[in-house]
Every structure is written in C-alpha cells, then in structure tokens.
Design a protein around this ligand. Structure first.
Ligand code: 4AZ
Length: 293
C-alpha cells in the first residue's frame, strides 16, 4: 500500500468507520492466526469459501434487542462472513463481550456492527479504539471471561440502537431463582455441525442453579462463582454466540450474563455457561468512566 493509501485508511479508521475493502487483503499467505479460536475460524471459513449456533431459537424481530453487537474480522467486507462473536452495548461508547473473543487481538483487527438483525456487505461497521480484557481473565479456566470495547465514535441511540443496563449484584438474588427463564441472542451456529446465520436469533433458556451445574456429572468445580449456567436440550447458545448477551425477561430487560463456554451445544446435562456480569459491574463502570453506582 502506498503511504497515501495508508493515510486514507488511517483517516477512515479515525472517523470511526471501517471500510474492510481498504484493509490489507486477507489470503492464506498473509493471514497469521491470532490464537483467538472464533476469530481464526471466521477467517479460515472465509478463505476456504465454506458456508459460513443459537440452538432451537427463532428469528429476532428488528429492534427487539437494540444492544446486540456483532464483532467482526475487520478485513472481511461482508459482515455476515466477518462475524465471529457477539457483544452488548452498555453505553454510547462501550460494548461488553467475552474476554476469550478478543484477548490477543489488536483493535485494528476488529470491527463492531450495531443496530441491525441482518449482517451483510452493506452493514455499517464501527472501529474500536480500545480493547480492555479483565485482568483476572484466565484462558485455561475461562474465569472472568469479560472484556470491554471502547468504540472509536459514540453511537446515537434510536429504535435500532440502545444500551442495556448491567444487573446489580444486590438485585441478582431476585433473578437467580429456580424456574426462571432468560433470553440469549446471537448469530451463532443453529446446530453443532451447522453454520452461523445472517439473521439474529433468540432463544429462551432456563436458569440452572449452581448446585446442579457444579454436580460432578455436569461441570464440577469448573463452574466458578463468576459464572452462571442456563440452557437445556431445547435451547442453548453455541459457537459464534460467545460474548453475546444473556438477559432477563422483564421490562426493561437487564444484562445478566455473556455467552462463555459449554460442552457442545444443547447436550443433556451440559448446559451453557455464562460470565456473571453482576460480579464485574464495578469494573465495567470504572473502565467506562461512569461513576460506580
Ligand atoms: C463456543 O464454542 C461455545 N453451549 C459457546 C457456548 C456454548 C458452547 C460452545 C454453550 O463458543
């Protein structure tokens, strides 16, 4: 690329709008794996030209989940092909996601799509100024699987784009009761051997108490106090949903978890595990520059 082109690309990044076609063309020769599985999978599936998992969900109506974000591989122009993880807008300039989605990535490798249920080549993509991975995050255990993305430019709320409130620890008890259902949304796989989707999907998932989830026949001690379990064989999150929001069903809904991990998807006894965001509300507010409440 000539220095002039570099300057133009830099200017576009600074204005907060990414034009993926301006970025370095991806090829098997130039692609260096980042070590972030979802990101690398999205690039490989794009390069292999293979078809690009909310399990058992339904299509989400436009504007029903206006905080939903898609994290994309910036140099892939089609937002549907670029998608590799979800996220949730929490104020005009911050998106929370899973640490495992972004740990080790550079801001310029990443773009964020907001305000749409459909991902395609026309989708507007936003640049990220700063990736902030929680200092307690451990890749081996997925403990503290949370990160904050600061957008290059603030977004304006409208019917399609609006932040979601982060659940307070003191209010958590009221929600984490037996029989409660949450909703999870994402563009991830709709079956374990399936493919990710261009249109956002939603599914209700029952809360699974810690006693059940830490049973040796479930996940044992791998589920820590920083995680929440939810899901069943009739509804679960899957690959590509990671980092996306688990929300309460009340009005207005609040953010209670982020898709983090699980053994397979919709497997009996192996429910979805989510980062417990209430534990990180103080960190989120401190990082995002809001006074802790
Ligand atoms: C994944 O691979 C993944 N069923 C995400 C969520 C779940 C399993 C796997 C939960 O990103």
């Amino acid at each position: 690329m000539s220095s002039r082109l570099v300057a133009v690309a830099a200017a576009m990044l600074l204005t907060g709008l990414i034009r993926p076609s301006m970025a370095t063309e991806l090829s098997f020769e130039t692609f260096k794996p980042t070590g972030v599985p979802e990101y690398d999978d999205a690039v490989r599936s794009y390069l292999n030209q293979t078809t690009p998992k909310i399990i058992n969900g339904i299509a989400a109506p436009p504007n029903a989940f206006p905080w939903q974000a898609s994290l994309g591989v910036a140099p892939i122009a089609d937002a549907g092909r670029a998608h590799f993880c979800g996220g949730a807008l929490i104020d005009a300039t911050h998106v929370v996601t899973a640490a495992h989605c972004v740990a080790g990535l550079n801001e310029i490798q990443l773009s964020v799509a907001l305000g749409t249920v459909h991902l395609d080549a026309e989708t507007k993509r936003l640049a990220v100024r700063k990736i902030d991975v929680h200092p307690d995050y451990r890749a081996e255990t997925k403990d503290a699987d949370i990160a904050l993305l600061q957008l290059e430019k603030a977004v304006t709320s409208n019917t399609a784009i609006a932040p979601i409130a982060v659940l307070e620890s003191t209010a958590e008890g009221a929600f984490l009761a037996g029989g409660v259902k949450f909703t999870v949304t994402g563009w991830g796989l709709t079956s374990v051997n399936g493919h990710s989707v261009r249109d956002l999907r939603q599914v209700d998932v029952p809360f699974v108490p810690a006693e059940t989830c830490t049973d040796p026949l479930a996940y044992g001690s791998r589920v820590t106090k920083n995680m929440i379990c939810a899901g069943s064989v009739n509804g679960d999150a899957c690959q590509g949903d990671s980092g996306g929001p688990l929300i309460t069903k009340g009005q207005p809904p609040v953010l209670i978890g982020l898709v983090s991990w699980g053994k397979g998807c919709a497997v009996a006894g192996k429910v979805g595990v989510y980062s417990r965001v209430a534990n990180y509300r103080g960190w989120i507010l401190a990082q995002s520059g809001e006074p802790p409440q």
